[in-house]
Design a protein around this ligand. Structure first.
Ligand code: ZN
Length: 303
């Protein structure tokens, strides 16, 4: 379950009021919007144990500060993520937990939306809590996949993971994405299609950043406008001269006119590693800054 911070706290309070006992918070991966609210919950509910797979816990320790700086520099005029993150209790990468007799599977993924992560499958509910492997009507955060630096590997790895969900869980019915509303397995197909649309436009011969942005915004006009920040961040990785339309002064002519083409071979699209690191990204001054401050996680409720 991923919700804006205050919304999640409200949900937890209501859940507690109904007599449920929340025992764990699972940190699914190391992105700040999925960890930075955990300290508030821990303060409010000290008995909740914060857990993460051992590789996610290690990754958080390695990259939390750098990623946090990147996020704060990008959306920081709107919101600064707090610096304190409680260290989670590491658990093994593949873990089955039983809570009140209900089995839940915590399963690892790697080299997709982030370098490592976890999702949950609950067999009795035929439900997956997919973490940021899955998005629903929210533009995908493709920056880490773009940082792979070897081309489409992380993108194709991500879509393979999505394909395998159907093979591994043939009875799967309910999907809880990392961003966006829950729904059916259609969310898995849509997430895969988004990645394929982006990469097809990106690696098309003669691609430019407007052509890639247009391909996405034309195909997904109803996706959360504030999440265009995610798309802009990814484009900035592939086209260092890219300036998001919202940052171009209004006196300028067409907001989508490229000032430079792609930095890589036109016939092959971008094939080189992005040269700038996350902290060198220009902050977006998009007033939509409203990149929803999502919180973690999967709240494990003990009935
Ligand atoms: Zn993420």
């Amino acid at each position: 379950m991923v919700k804006p911070l205050h919304s999640l706290l409200t949900s937890i309070l209501l859940t507690q009021k109904k007599g449920y006992n929340i025992t764990h918070l699972l940190v699914t991966h190391g992105h700040p919007d999925h960890i930075q609210g955990s300290f508030v919950i821990k303060q409010a509910f000290p008995s909740i144990e914060i857990i993460a797979s051992s590789d996610v816990a290690v990754e958080m320790g390695k990259s939390a500060n750098g990623t946090l700086a990147f996020f704060n520099s990008t959306i920081g005029t709107f919101f600064q993520f707090p610096p304190y993150v409680p260290a989670p209790t590491p658990i093994m990468p593949i873990t089955n937990m039983t809570i009140d007799g209900e089995m839940i599977y915590i399963r690892p993924w790697a080299q997709a939306e982030a370098v490592v992560g976890s999702y949950i499958y609950v067999p009795s509910l035929e439900a997956i809590l997919g973490s940021d492997l899955l998005y629903n009507k929210v533009h995908l955060y493709l920056v880490d996949a773009s940082l792979d630096g070897t081309g489409p590997n992380w993108f194709s790895n991500w879509t393979k993971i999505l394909d395998n969900l159907f093979i591994t869980y043939p009875n799967l019915k309910f999907v809880y994405p990392g961003h966006g509303a829950n729904g059916s397995t259609e969310i898995i197909n849509n997430t895969k299609q988004y990645i394929e649309t982006f990469t097809a436009a990106l690696f098309a011969g003669g691609s430019t950043y407007p052509s890639v942005r247009d391909a996405i915004t034309t195909k997904y006009p109803d996706y959360a406008p504030s999440s265009l920040n995610f798309l802009d961040m990814a484009l900035k990785k592939w086209y260092p001269t890219y300036v998001p339309p919202s940052t171009i002064p209004p006196t300028n002519t067409p907001t989508n006119t490229p000032t430079n083409g792609p930095t890589n071979t036109p016939t092959n699209g971008p094939t080189n590693a992005p040269t700038n690191t996350p902290t060198t990204l220009k902050p977006s001054t998009n007033n939509g800054l409203s990149l929803v401050v999502c919180l973690i996680l999967l709240v494990i409720v003990c009935f």
